[in-house]
Design a protein around this ligand. Structure first.
Ligand code: HEM
Length: 383
């Protein structure tokens, strides 16, 4: 479908002017003309390249849908959760046993967090493989890494909030980070303030600090996607053309047909709805786990699976792995756009960075497998 009022191309590349925008009402206008006019929905029909309609290019948006589900379910859970060491676990059992739909909503929250981890990782892999981090999008790659760090922060703090054995051990790791950071670790330490328990502050991080940071970074991320446009597809012949978007002739810039952004939105919403349906089905079949009340004097659990690679680093080099692991992880990823600076985006012309990426992912998988195959170890109290 062509975007009204814009130039588009045939598959052979010849530009076609589709005429003034009045000639072709967009579906959003046709379905709800009154609302569409008041909300200015026509502003969403700006042209994007046709390749944006594939699932690979919907992964960022699907991740966003997952975050909306997390926010809605999280607000509901917060009505019943009591963020103090004495009452947290009791409120969790209240949520699972007594609160209306509590167990289901908690389980959807849990599975939505799992699905967001998967979709954000696949989104990162897609951006990596398509070379979309290259100039002028290096900064947006770094902003994306910030979003990834915040996502990990959400999962870590969420694990602590359970206040079962796994949660209590996760909090002990939080305190270990404080000790490792010395003077810089103040916030992570229980001594930061004596009037509010660390668990309560972790709760506030989960429901206010992290969401605020996430919203600000996400707005910047999407702003940069809009400013630069999606990266054009890499060309096997190496003629990747201009790196900066030419808003006056998008069809020539992309060398492919254009679509209205609304069609990308519809496809993203469809995939988002499917992921939500899967999360609800999983929540019904496999309710979110809750272990026994935590005993701070023992270490017998492993963290959620997305942290197994880090747990293995702790196994290998001790508690300082908690700092070394994430620093290395983010540093290596942050270097990508500054190491792979050539003009080409096609994969076959970027073999060096592809091999580096495979080694990186292989290393993470090997560490994850190591944790999966070995019994839990004591990192705080020693084994
Ligand atoms: C945590 C949440 C994230 C959300 C909600 C998000 C959302 C989005 C969305 C909606 C897009 C538009 C295209 C698409 O969906 O593929 C996009 C593009 C992009 N994202 Fe993300 N993103 C996130 C994390 C990341 C991460 C971890 C990275 C990489 C480190 C990253 C790097 C990029 C880049 C470079 C683009 C431009 C891609 C292109 O031009 O083809 N994002 N993101």
């Amino acid at each position: 479908m062509a975007v009204p009022g814009t130039r588009t191309t045939t598959h052979l590349g010849s530009p076609v002017d589709t005429g003034p925008s009045e000639m072709m009402p967009e579906p959003a206008d046709a379905a709800h003309p009154w609302l569409a006019e008041r909300l200015g929905l026509r502003a969403l029909t700006y042209p994007v390249p046709a390749h944006a309609n594939g699932i690979l290019y919907a992964l960022g948006g699907v991740t966003l849908v997952g975050f909306v589900v997390l926010m809605v379910t999280g607000v509901y859970l917060a009505q019943f959760y009591h963020p103090t060491p004495t009452d947290a676990y009791g409120s969790l059992t209240y949520i699972t046993m007594s609160a209306p739909l509590g167990d289901l909503v908690r389980s959807i929250h849990y599975w939505a967090a799992m699905s967001v981890t998967v979709t954000v990782s696949l989104h990162l892999v897609r951006v990596f493989l398509s070379g979309a981090y290259k100039a002028p999008r290096e900064l947006n790659w770094l902003v994306g890494l910030g979003l990834l760090a915040i996502t990990m922060g959400f999962i870590f703090t969420g694990t602590v909030l359970k206040w079962d054995q796994e949660g209590v051990e996760a909090l002990a790791h939080n305190e270990a980070v404080a000790a490792l950071l010395g003077g810089l670790g103040g916030w992570f330490s229980p001594d930061f303030t004596l009037s509010v328990p660390l668990l309560t502050r972790i709760f506030f991080a989960h429901v206010s600090i992290l969401p605020a940071l996430f919203t600000a970074l996400l707005a910047f991320h999407l702003f940069l996607v809009k400013v630069h446009g999606l990266a054009p597809l890499g060309r096997a012949d190496g003629r990747d053309g201009n790196r900066s978007i030419d808003h006056s002739d998008l069809a020539a810039f992309y060398g492919e047909p254009l679509q209205p952004f609304t069609s990308h939105l519809r496809i993203t919403a469809g995939w988002g709805a499917l992921i939500l349906a899967i999360s609800v089905a999983l929540a019904t079949a496999f309710p979110a786990p809750l272990g026994p009340p935590g005993d701070p004097s023992i270490e017998i659990t492993k963290p959620p699976v997305m942290f197994w690679w880090l747990y293995a680093v702790e196994d290998l080099i001790g508690i300082r792995g908690l700092l070394v692991g994430p620093i290395l992880f983010f540093e290596l990823l942050a270097l990508v756009p500054f190491v792979d600076r050539g003009p080409h985006r096609a994969l076959r012309r970027r073999k060096g960075i592809l091999v580096a990426g495979l080694v990186f992912v292989g290393g993470l998988l090997a560490l994850t497998l190591f944790t999966g195959l070995t019994p839990p170890q004591g990192h705080i109290h020693g084994s």
